[in-house]
Design a protein around this ligand. Structure first.
Ligand code: BTN
Length: 238
């Protein structure tokens, strides 16, 4: 069985990006299990060079250092997404996983995950929108993003939520990766949808999201055959 993680939680007020700090610490030899939680980020990093909306004291901004075995490495994003969806469920909110790295509610993003890898380590950055209301969301993400407060009308305690995420993450992390994959497929909000994938090359693949394969890639059935998508931005069309 894989070794159990022991969390070392560190809290900071304001940082540019928790991922940046944890990545540096990883390069300096920090052990696995470091969890850095910030009250706010001034340059929260999203995927594709975007900024992650990180207002003070409202949501969860955290980065976790893993030193995974090779077989687990590529499934860290799914592992984290499962833990976040478990935590949301513990607080009464049903969420789905949007391939490859989002957790969504009613087709809107409530959590984004940014995994950054170095030699022998992965830094998983999780942003979960908790206590922001609709009016506080920047215009460019209104209608696309949501939060726990928007969905439930309730505030959630950030520390309680963090505790749930970490408890669940610890359990998922020791499971063999086929189990992580199987549950990812079950909770996937992408499978069965007609999707548009914008690939890192800029190419577009449109079709039915048919499968998540053994490597975690998304298999899309298009009019010209089956395409295997390893990374990209997915839009659920219907
Ligand atoms: C995405 O674009 O969907 C990924 C967003 C990841 C945001 C989190 S917030 C905590 C951590 N620190 C960062 O700078 N980014 C991640």
């Amino acid at each position: 069985m894989a070794h159990e993680l022991v969390w070392r939680i560190e809290r900071v007020g304001v940082v540019e990006s928790t991922n940046e700090v944890v990545f540096k610490r990883a390069l300096e030899g920090e052990r696995e299990g470091l969890v850095l939680v910030a009250d706010a980020q001034t340059r929260g990093k999203g995927r594709l060079g975007r900024e992650w909306f990180s207002p003070h004291g409202k949501s969860l901004y955290m980065s976790i250092l893993f030193r995974p075995s090779e077989d687990k490495r590529q499934f860290i994003t799914f592992t984290c997404a499962l833990a976040v969806s478990d935590a949301l469920k513990r607080f009464g909110l049903e969420a789905g996983l949007k391939w490859p790295n989002d957790v969504i509610v009613r087709m809107r993003k409530i959590c984004g995950i940014l995994c950054e890898s170095g030699h022998g380590f992965v830094v998983a950055g999780l942003g979960v929108n908790l206590n922001v209301d609709e009016r506080e969301l920047p215009e460019e993400i209104r209608g696309i993003a949501t939060s726990f407060l928007i969905e439930t009308g309730q505030q959630v305690d950030r520390d309680e939520f963090l505790k749930e995420v970490l408890n669940s993450l610890k359990l998922w992390y020791i499971k063999p990766h086929p189990e992580v994959l199987a549950e990812t497929r079950i909770r996937s909000a992408t499978l069965g949808q007609i999707v548009r994938a914008v690939l890192p090359s800029g190419d577009i693949v449109e079709g039915l999201a048919e499968k998540i394969d053994e490597s975690g890639a998304l298999i899309i059935r298009t009019l010209s055959g089956v395409k295997r998508v390893l990374a990209g931005e997915i839009v659920h069309l219907r």
